[in-house]
Design a protein around this ligand. Structure first.
Ligand code: SF4
Length: 150
């Protein structure tokens, strides 16, 4: 699965859940996406739910903003770095991020970062349309958020 295929499939899953939550206030929606509740209610949202596994070892894990709006990717490469193709990076270069290297490629590693999983941050950037949140910080073009029929 390419980054773009994953991104589009995830946007669609998120929209399907949001279509069921129109009766909830924004703060209730954020609470609904807490890991514990999502494992119970939305088991196909993340493959890790099947084994009740957290993507980050933290007690307060919110899944509303998976994938991070600062994550930049291009399946054909963003550029060349250290003689390898760079496929993804962090737009805010947080010190909590890292890199996965192969002989020819570099992919960004978010396993040490909690930025998009904290409810304070989610509330700050919140929108009921996931793609609109992505557009707010430049993860997608505003036109993409508007034209995608979600
Ligand atoms: S390192 Fe953190 S802020 Fe950067 S893209 Fe990954 S999850 Fe987002």
């Amino acid at each position: 699965m390419t980054y773009q295929e994953w991104f589009d499939a995830h946007a669609s899953k998120h929209a399907n859940i949001m279509a069921k939550l129109t009766h909830l206030r924004d703060d209730e929606v954020i609470r609904y996406f807490r890991f514990e509740n999502m494992v119970r209610e939305e088991n196909d949202f993340c493959p890790l739910y099947a084994t009740n596994t957290r993507c980050h070892d933290t007690p307060e894990l919110n899944c509303y903003l998976c994938a991070c709006p600062y994550f930049r990717f291009n399946d054909t490469g963003l550029g060349i770095k250290e003689g390898k193709t760079l496929f993804s990076l962090c737009a805010i270069e947080t010190p909590h991020g890292g890199e996965f290297h192969t002989d020819t490629a570099i992919h960004h590693d978010c396993s040490g970062c909690l930025v998009p999983h904290q409810e304070r941050y989610i509330a700050w950037i919140f929108d009921r349309k996931w793609l609109v949140m992505m557009a707010k910080v430049g993860a997608v073009e505003p036109s993409y958020a508007k034209i995608t029929p979600l």
